[in-house]
Design a protein around this ligand. Structure first.
Ligand SMILES: [Zn+2]
Length: 168
């Protein structure tokens, strides 16, 4: 089972993902309330209490969050998720990540230089630039900009989180 817990602000805005352990500590301290718990959630026992590990917790007090948060470094899974699991060059199912400007040509491992690609196109492209192949990107790769985007792209979402990840 998932050991990741979605942390919501008092306003129900997703703030991030915490470990189950952290979520239980927050619960015990009264800083958060459990919003959703899986039926088969593991139960942690302290000397005085038994607590089912929640899937979602919500802060009891609103915290202010900065608008311009730096995106975390891109992960393979994050890029695949951002691009909907589709190859940027042919729209087929993608399971690799391609450096648009190849590393060997000075391309960075950054959100703006990585796209999802099928194995065939990743191989075919090799160390060449798009201009050399006459290929074009159908979109401009961007880093997830919102906190929501960061949460969405950072890990596999628990199905229970979905209603909270769709807002805004
Ligand atoms: Zn492809």
């Amino acid at each position: 089972m998932s050991n990741k817990v979605l942390l919501l602000n008092a306003s129900f805005e997703p703030l991030g993902i915490v470990t189950d352990r952290r979520a239980v500590v927050l619960l015990l301290s009264g800083k958060v309330e459990a919003i959703a718990v899986h039926d088969d959630a593991p139960v942690l026992h302290s000397p005085s209490r038994s607590i089912a590990v929640p899937a979602i917790v919500r802060l009891s007090h609103m915290v202010k969050v900065g608008r311009n948060r730096t995106a975390p470094p891109p992960s393979r899974r994050g890029v695949l998720r951002r691009d909907g699991g589709r190859c940027a060059y042919c729209n087929a199912s993608a399971d690799t990540v391609d450096h648009v400007v190849p590393k060997s040509r000075g391309g960075a491992t950054s959100w703006t230089n990585l796209v999802a690609a099928c194995k065939r196109h990743n191989m075919e492209k090799g160390d060449r630039l798009l201009a050399e192949l006459g290929w074009e990107l159908p979109f401009e790769p961007l880093a997830p900009r919102t906190r929501l985007g960061l949460v969405r792209h950072s890990t596999d979402a628990d199905p229970l989180w979905e209603p909270y990840l769709q807002a805004s």
